[in-house]
Design a protein around this ligand. Structure first.
Ligand code: C2E
Ligand code: MG
Ligand code: MG
Ligand code: MG
Length: 281
């Protein structure tokens, strides 16, 4: 196959590979500029109490609207930031901007500000500096630590469990809440879970989607496990009213998904919480 292509074919592939590398390099440069000029913005998706269906928190979700390429998903630019050494700066931006936004919502009168904001943290941010960075962001915007919840994916925790446990404990000592994101997809040992100082498990949306095909076994097991460990659960990716009802029956503490509310800008969220947030404390 390779031989029949001859030398010319290899050159074409070679050129393609080089063009891709150049492309990626340019994207990394542009991402660095976007982080430096705070062109990475955040959307906020409400999270609801299952029992009262009132919003109790928001999750901050990073967005990059590229001037030529249009919106680039965080599923693309977060890994790019991780491999190019930009994740530290991106993480600081997300922390600071979330705290700034919470403080701004607090200052607006007539708006019931979201009680809490969840911030996603990459595996590479999970080192001894993170607790200080979180403390500094809270301090800068004069927020109580209970206003922030840190979401860490299960797979990030499993990269270096001993070190992760130390960092989580320091975060916990600060007074921020901790949640394990995408739970059920990361092959963590269930015994190990008992030793992690976390508050909440986020049931991965793949298990929520399975509910609609009549397969609630995993969602049900994760929720039961969390309850027996005294952890709360957030079911993510709730797309239908039927899924929400079923998750209520299974005992999920909180619900998040497009059928309840989509991610929205900080400005829109202020207006949204003015309407929906009155009964949330
Ligand atoms: P995640 O933390 O699990 O966030 C939930 C994702 O599910 C978000 O995608 C959200 O928009 C999406 N989602 C919410 N409700 C529904 C629904 O009903 N159906 C479906 N199909 N999807 C729903 P998004 O914003 O594209 O983010 C993707 C992932 O990128 C996040 O997954 C998170 O792992 C990562 N990410 C986003 N922002 C940040 C950030 O600031 N820092 C880090 N380290 N990672 C981030
Ligand atoms: Mg998350
Ligand atoms: Mg998640
Ligand atoms: Mg997820």
């Amino acid at each position: 196959q390779a031989k029949s292509g001859g030398k010319g074919r290899i050159t074409v592939l070679d050129q393609q590979a080089r063009a891709e590398a150049r492309n990626k390099l340019r994207l990394v440069t542009e991402l660095r500029d976007a982080i430096d000029s705070r062109d990475i913005t955040l959307l906020y998706q409400p999270i609801f109490s299952t029992a009262s269906r009132t919003p109790v928190a928001v999750e901050a979700l990073a967005r990059w609207d590229h001037p030529e390429r249009g919106p680039i998903s965080p599923a693309v630019f977060v890994p790019l930031a991780e491999e190019s050494g930009l994740i530290g700066g991106l993480g600081l931006l997300v922390l600071d901007e979330t705290c700034r936004q919470l403080a701004e919502w607090d200052r607006l009168t007539g708006v019931a500000a979201p009680p809490r904001a969840n911030v996603n943290v990459s595996a590479l941010q999970l080192d001894g500096n993170l607790p200080d960075q979180v403390a500094a962001a809270l301090q800068r915007h004069q927020l109580h630590p209970s206003r922030i919840s840190i979401e860490i994916t299960e797979s990030a925790l499993m990269k270096d469990p001993a070190s992760a446990q130390r960092v989580l404990q320091q975060l916990r000592d600060l007074g921020v809440e901790l949640a394990i994101d995408d739970f059920g997809t990361g092959y963590s040992s269930l015994a190990y879970l008992r030793h992690l100082p976390v508050d909440c498990l986020k049931v991965d949306r793949s298990f929520v989607a399975e509910l609609s095909a009549g397969h609630g076994e995993i969602a049900s097991a994760v929720i039961a496990l969390a309850r027996s460990l005294n952890l709360c659960t957030v079911a993510e990716g709730v797309e239908t009213a039927e899924q929400a009802d079923e998750l209520g029956r299974l005992g999920a503490t909180y619900l998040q998904g497009f059928t309840l509310a989509e991610p929205m800008t900080g400005g829109h969220a202020a207006a949204w919480f003015a309407i929906h947030g009155e009964t949330a404390q």
